[in-house]
Design a protein around this ligand. Sequence first.
Ligand code: NDP
Length: 296
Amino acid sequence: MTATVIDGKAFAASVRAQVAAHVARLKDENGITPGLAVVLVGEDPASQVYVRNKGVQTHEAGMNSFEHKLSVDTSEADLLALIATLNADPAVHGILVQLPLPKHLDSDLVINSIDPAKDVDGFHISNVGLLGTGQKSMVPCTPLGCLMMLRDHHGSLAGMNAVVVGRSNIVGKPMAQLLLGDSCTVTIAHSRTKDLAEVCRRADILVAAVGRPEMITGDMVKPGATVIDVGINRIEKDGKVRLVGDVHYESAAAVAGAITPVPGGVGPMTIACLLANTLTACCRANGLAEPEGLTA
Ligand code: NDP
């Protein structure tokens, strides 16, 4: 079997187009422009690239982008004061603090100071609790993107066996909650899981969010399964730096029914879902109907 490739790049473009169309209607009919504030502390090169991309795509969707670049030695008090200002600003519907923060700043404290209604990353403890209890929340962007791709590919996910490898707060755990919300039978695997290959082979849906290059190989995949590769790893091969996922693509694609590539799979969906979340937050803040198909 050769797997169907789930084209995250094309799907993300269609999500961004839906967001842009909705934003245009909001402007025309309600005179409202959604706004996303991104806060970057320090000069981590990867974070700078992410923030720049977010700004460009926010503008392209017709939204306002507010970038706050703070020096690496910014005090916690100053950062919290900025977040309080953004919380109170009616032109700001979404706030994202780029992680990781410099070590002297308490990430949990900072994230939990964001107004949960503006927490477009879905990391605030209130949103974590709302998601865990099946209530309306802001959903973390990467797992939301994975869910959208799975729903698009399968329609209903009810009754499917899903295995999520990885239990981080930003990917693994919310991914498992979302799959449970769609009535999958969910297993979460991690570094202490016994016989990981056997656990993975039970999956109709296998999500890899591990951070280990090409760790999930074809012999760990059930024939016909859908494989979602969240991993982004830079490795050196033949003297060149290459981007690979947590899944060994060639061997897994030979067994799976469908698979996301790296790059061009989950990655582009993350920013698309950030835009979708900002739009959702704006609609909720203004008591307007939420965009269909862009939330969990
Ligand atoms: P974390 O390092 O926070 O979590 C990794 C998880 O994998 C942990 O739960 C860990 O288990 C588990 N794990 C590690 N080694 C093994 C192993 N040998 N067998 C089974 N499980 C193992 O990573 P993240 O969740 O933040 O990210 C995961 C990957 O996704 C990374 O490659 C990251 O770059 C990528 N990513 C991609 C995004 C995108 O936009 N596409 C966004 C966010 C992340 P334990 O808890 O027991 O230690």
